[in-house]
Ligand binder design. Structure first.
Ligand code: ARG
Length: 588
């Protein structure tokens, strides 16, 4: 469906033309004085110079041409030359009914579906997920869902950090503890066991122990580095250990991400890129893109228009080892070969921006990625504690994701069982659902690139701009609809017929904005715009609810229109939270 604002603009264009002015001045915007009007057009102000005429005269000419019968109920000239617009409630009612009848509530799928790879999550295998990984998962998941809603073919890739020094550390520590394991027997030629020699719990203890020990002990560190080197060069026993680490970690990661309602289409990682590196480097050398700089191999990526220094992208260290950039470039080689994406979107901490600038430029310059492919960096800010410093546990350690979720769920559980009799089981389940909304909405309602303060008290509140408030609103609508049907009425065949009060009209106008919001959120990769919208929509609904006796309404036709509006409002809210990656319980 066309956006309502475009339909209003079209009507204004007709009026401008009929009055003898150019259509291009007819642009309509949301009113910045909602007390006076619903939409406005400032085109007469813009046209004054071209027509050498006072803006109010132009505005009056245009207003005189509005004949009615369309979406505009009234247009008024306001000095010095604004046009204030009010819409016809019957027209909006029709628009809302059309939305309701449409499976996608008026969102038009693209006629030109793209293949989009989203690189998000980025956990480091064998290290526990911490809050830093939360943002990538939450934002990436939402961006993925937005792109899908618009009709694009999207592949979400977790891109695990599964090939680095942490693997060498684990191998070294394991060898120290159990030197007799068959993986460390260089003469062993048989099949390695299927079962891993450790559980996830042990693995999560082994890594930090090894990491701390290596910092203190030079030779242990050397050994871990050497183990990493051997692994990366195909050592048989170490490769078998690596596979065990992967198996055990991926099972655990799947569980953790699924608790967050996050899922990936591709479970690839840095290790998968390794096979592409030797050929890529060979080619880059041959074609003259890579040059040797102090023994290292680099690609120059600076451009004339740069205002700050962009250092070359390093692709090989002097000892022959590859780097983060090498892996990201090789991953692009693989993505290009397997999916030929139109866009690749990276949802990564904004502190990695320079790295991605280098990688993107190198990929374009060398033709690893065609010129028309869009490489986008969606960098996010830091999640801080109330003290404004990066979020920590009370003891000052790195906050594990599991602990954070547990803390929120506890708080939610307390709120839900406060003064209420709910079964323990239901309360636990609801606490999980509402807790997730608190975390996700708390994150997504901020523009991704900004740092934000993770405030447990605020995020779990049922009032204000929070996830629980949005869910509470949905649950309230569900409860009204349930009561309505329990009284023997049906939700079938209802339609919105018009507005019977100001709050109702305000809600109708808000509901009609849905498709426009989704389109903007897609263009700008901006889930926060969806949050801002549903907050407004929920507020508009709650104002209407407080001013209106919906279930006690005696005029059945009016009541039906109310109910139809509620049904649509609920659908919109549900679609929005689905795109944000959480859902509403039946009751709370
Ligand atoms: N594993 C990395 C980290 O924890 C993030 C990976 C981001 N994605 C990428 N393609 N480099 O910092």
């Amino acid at each position: 469906m066309k956006q309502l604002i475009d339909l209003i603009t079209e009507e204004m264009e007709e009026a401008f033309e009929a009055a003898g002015y150019d259509r291009s001045y007819a642009k309509v915007t949301l009113s910045n004085r909602p007390d006076l009007c619903e939409y406005q057009c400032n085109g007469a102000m813009a046209g004054a110079k071209a027509y050498k005429k006072a803006p109010f005269m132009i505005a009056q000419d245009v207003v005189d041409q509005i004949k009615g019968g369309g979406c505009i109920l009234s247009a008024e000239m306001v000095k010095p030359g604004f046009i204030n617009i009010k819409l016809d409630d019957k027209y909006i009612a029709g628009y809302l009914n059309e939305m309701e009848a449409d499976e996608k509530l008026g969102v038009e799928e693209t006629s030109n579906p793209q293949t989009i790879v989203i690189d998000y999550g980025g956990p480091n295998v064998a290290k526990p997920l911490h809050v830093g990984h939360l943002r990538s998962a939450i934002i990436g998941e939402s961006v993925k869902r937005i792109c899908r809603l618009m009709g694009h073919k999207v592949l979400g890739d977790i891109h695990m950090g599964d090939w680095g020094y942490q693997m060498g550390l684990i191998i070294t520590e394991l060898k120290k503890r159990q030197p007799d394991l068959v993986y460390f027997d260089e003469s062993f030629e048989g099949e390695y066991p299927e079962e891993a020699p450790f559980t996830i719990g042990e693995l999560e203890e082994i890594y930090p122990t090894a990491s701390a020990y290596a910092k203190e002990h030079e030779d242990y560190r050397e050994e871990a580095l050497h183990a990493t080197y051997l692994l990366q060069n195909g050592h048989r026993g170490y490769t078998a250990v690596w596979k065990h680490i992967m198996q055990v970690s991926v099972t655990d990661l799947k569980k953790n991400y699924s608790n967050l309602n996050v899922d990936f289409d591709l479970w690839k990682g840095e290790a998968d890129a390794q096979a592409y590196i030797p050929d890529m480097i060979e080619k880059l050398k041959e074609e003259g893109y890579a040059r040797v700089d102090q023994g290292a191999l680099v690609i120059d990526v600076k451009e004339e228009s740069d205002t700050k220094e962009i250092p070359p992208c390093m692709i090989q260290k002097s000892d022959g080892a590859s780097l983060y950039g090498t892996t990201d470039l090789a991953t692009l080689v693989q993505r290009e070969q397997d999916y030929h994406p139109d866009q690749v979107i990276y949802v990564v901490d904004k502190r990695q921006e320079l790295h991605f600038t280098q990688v993107f430029r190198a990929a374009k310059k060398t033709g690893i990625v065609p010129e028309e492919t869009r490489l986008r960096f969606l960098g996010f800010g830091t999640m801080n504690g109330k003290d404004g410093k990066p979020f920590k546990t009370r003891e000052g350690g790195v906050m594990r994701l599991e602990s954070l979720i547990a803390e929120i769920n506890e708080e939610m559980y307390r709120k839900i069982t406060d003064n209420r009799t709910v079964s323990q089981e239901e309360a636990r389940e609801t606490a999980r659902t509402v807790g997730l909304s608190a975390i996700k909405y708390g994150d997504l309602s901020n523009q991704a690139s900004k740092d934000y303060v993770f405030d447990v008290d605020r995020f779990t509140s049922f009032e204000g701009n929070t996830g629980p408030y949005i869910l509470y609103t949905i649950v309230r609508i569900k409860s009204i609809l349930n009561k309505y049907t329990e009284a023997g009425e049906t939700l079938d065949g209802l339609s919105v017929t018009g507005a019977h009060g100001d709050e109702e009209k305000a809600l109708m106008l808000e509901a009609a904005k849905y498709n426009g919001v989704m389109e903007t959120a897609f263009e700008e990769l901006a889930p926060h715009k969806i949050c801002a919208y549903i907050y407004e929509l929920a507020n508009a609904f709650n104002r209407f609810y407080h001013e209106t006796r919906i279930l006690a309404e005696e005029d059945k036709e009016v009541q039906k229109s109310y109910i139809a509006l509620l049904v649509l409002t609920k659908k919109i809210l549900e679609s929005c939270i689905d795109v944000l990656g959480f859902e509403a319980p039946e009751r709370m």
